[in-house]
Write a protein that binds this ligand. Structure first.
Ligand code: AMP
Length: 193
């Protein structure tokens, strides 16, 4: 099962991905986590993306596509992948389709977590106060939300047209969101979605 957790920043994608990892043994592929790890290591890639990430804008497609390509190879044979924060542009989505096709695989399901902007801002402000992630500050968050609306939201029709998209109410409790995702996976596995 190859699943994309889709939604704006702070929609709960990372939280839900971690649950799927624990419960099902899927591999979480979060480009945000990979880029933060590159920064923490002080690698040339980390240095290259630091300013862009701090601004709230998206790094270039080539960089994140290469990270995903490498991770798919590293984890070949995994029972499933959860893509978290990737793809974020239409070129990234077409590249992902190609990377998977080359490996005889495809995206099975795209779960869209729906959360309104006011709730996102409240969540990210709380996360900023608790975890101090620099790009969670309210001004940068607005840039991230704009990047989502301008560059990432066009993926909704992309996956809808391909019959892959399922919406889950991301305003519900964490357990209720997990249940919604589990039900979407079960429907897909049964060939009904
Ligand atoms: P995230 O933790 O997913 O919100 O990602 C944090 C930051 O990393 C984003 O604001 C972007 O600067 C960068 N980033 C993460 N994933 C991507 C992606 N798929 N495409 C472009 N930039 C990304």
């Amino acid at each position: 099962m190859n699943l994309i957790l889709f939604g704006p920043p702070a929609a709960g994608k990372g939280t839900q991905a971690k649950r799927l990892v624990e419960e099902r043994g899927y591999i979480q592929l979060s480009t945000g986590d990979m880029l933060r790890a590159a920064r923490a290591s002080g690698s040339p890639l980390g240095q290259k993306v630091a300013a862009i990430m701090d601004s709230g804008s998206l790094v270039s497609d080539d960089i994140v596509i290469a990270l995903i390509d490498e991770a798919l190879t590293t984890h070949a044979g995994a029972p499933g992948f959860i893509f978290d924060g990737f793809p974020r542009t239409v070129p990234q989505a077409t590249a992902l389709d190609d990377l998977l096709a080359r490996r005889g695989q495809a995206i099975d399901l795209v779960v869209r977590l729906e959360v309104d902007d006011a709730a996102l801002l409240a969540r990210v402000t709380k996360r900023f106060n608790e975890q101090g992630r620099p790009d969670d500050n309210p001004d940068t968050f607005k840039v991230r939300l704009k990047a989502y609306n301008d560059q990432t939201a066009p993926l909704v029709p992309y996956y809808k047209d391909r019959g892959k998209l399922t919406a889950v109410d991301g305003m519900a409790s964490i357990d209720a969101v997990s249940a919604g995702i589990a039900s979407a996976i079960a429907s897909k596995a049964a060939g009904r979605a």
